[in-house]
Design a protein around this ligand. Structure first.
Ligand code: FPP
Length: 251
């Protein structure tokens, strides 16, 4: 490893190791615009977006962040031109096949959240394979939201809980935040502390609506494929300057 790589692996000295977010979520926006600004087809932007995501995953791991969740495909994204949707599905599948060995080597535990049964069968198989193979890994928890919608997730949790009540297994009074959280796709990870959205839009876009109740938001104009370690460093610096009170008064 070169000395430059060793330096990059270390947490920048102005960041406080003890006050890092445990879980970072990202809305990877701007792949299409990145490509367009270079006179390239949109799909080139998505391909470059995968590289940016891989780099961020590695960076989180290097710097001691325990969980990363990325919004790869929303329930609304089916409304894109068929050609682009098909490209994205094929891209996810290829990336999973190509990167599984690397994820094993780096001890990454990958999981997919969303309405997965609506995805192409061959992608579902790759998803299952990657989740099964990495499930005992003890490194970073990497969650990919695919065909994911926050409202849809809340509805499926509500239905599951309602069924338990109907069958007499649960009393309505027993439904509290902790129980509800356990019925979400993300039951095994803590709520995100920091949401990063690229390319300037100031929206949640139906992403982790329940889980994001107290997340700090960081929005940058940078297009997703250009989001690198320097940019992430800036996001973390901004996060560490926030005063997180969770609705309380500071003591
Ligand atoms: C948003 O840019 C990006 C997407 C809808 C796709 C993001 C997916 C990846 C980067 C691949 C992740 C892959 C795996 C397997 C984890 P946009 O198309 O909305 O850009 P625009 O807003 O400029 O049009």
């Amino acid at each position: 490893m070169t000395s430059m790589q060793t330096i990059l692996k270390k947490l920048p000295s102005d960041l406080d190791q003890d006050r890092l977010p445990k879980h970072v979520a990202v809305i990877m926006d701007g792949n299409g615009r990145w490509a367009k600004s270079r006179g390239l087809p949109r799909i080139v932007g998505h391909r470059q977006g995968v590289e940016a995501l891989k780099n961020l995953l590695r960076c989180c791991d290097d710097w001691g962040i325990k969980a990363l969740t990325a919004y790869a495909f929303s329930t609304e994204n089916w409304g894109r031109p068929l050609e682009e949707v098909e490209f994205l599905m094929a891209l996810f599948e290829r990336v999973l096949m190509r990167e599984l060995r690397e994820m094993m080597a780096e001890n990454v535990r990958i999981q997919f959240v969303g309405n997965l049964v609506a995805l192409p069968q061959s992608l579902q198989s790759q998803i299952q394979r990657s989740m099964n193979q990495t499930k005992e890994n003890k490194g970073i928890q990497f969650t990919v939201a695919t065909n994911y919608g926050g409202r849809q997730e809340i509805l499926q949790a509500t239905r599951a809980i309602a069924t338990q009540v109907q069958q007499g297994q649960l009393q309505p009074e027993e439904i509290d935040e902790a129980l509800f959280s356990r019925h979400l796709y993300t039951a095994n990870v803590c709520d995100p502390d920091l949401l990063i959205r690229t390319s300037g839009e100031m929206r949640l876009s139906n992403f982790l609506l329940w889980q994001m109740a107290y997340a700090e938001l960081y929005i940058t104009d940078t297009y997703w494929p250009d989001f690198d370690r320097t940019q992430f460093h800036q996001a973390l610096s901004s996060y560490q300057q926030r005063d997180r009170r969770f609705g309380k008064v500071k003591k």
